[in-house]
Ligand binder design. Sequence first.
Ligand code: CA
Ligand code: CA
Ligand code: CA
Length: 203
Amino acid sequence: MICAFCRATALALAVVVGGSAASASTYTLGGANGQSSMYSYVADGVQMRVTGERKSFFGWGSANVTRNVGGLGVKGGWDTDSDLDGFFKERITFSFGTPVKLDNVLFSDVDSDDQWDIFVDGALFANNSSMNAFLFGGIMADTLTVRASDWDDSFRVKSVTTRAGVIVPAAVPVPAAVPVPAAGLLLLSALVGFGALRRRKRA
Ligand SMILES: [Ca+2]
Ligand SMILES: [Ca+2]
Ligand SMILES: [Ca+2]
């Protein structure tokens, strides 16, 4: 039997989820089985390209993105695991056509030993996280990168959700303007000084 409080909480949660869904765009990544050097998705007119990489002795190199109903993974070389896995040090990058406000990313095929490192615009945002869905709080991003943290991590990226709304570029610091009275005084004293100089020259 479901307790009344639990049911009320579940209902409230459903309302919250339903409410936020109206103002968010979700890229659902799962689809027909396959692999490609790049997958492309569109949500609310914003294109998102997905590419994969794998780290070898020579550094990061491109690898195929794999797809199944559960979401996207990465596979390349001798890799037999089509998930995004840490054994072959794989990472997957989502590049947006225009900057977006990130809301969350959802993972699938997640076991208790799976963790991810998250990068926003190339900068580390979260290390060794197991938060699923991972919440971004609306941070602005051109790219989102997910990397398997350790050798034993193996999972898929199921969806990426962005928030609706006009993107306001980060404010550029502007030097403080000199208050008008002070500027006026400065100008006045300069003029007076200039005038005095001219009078002295003429004399
Ligand atoms: Ca893999
Ligand atoms: Ca797993
Ligand atoms: Ca792990």
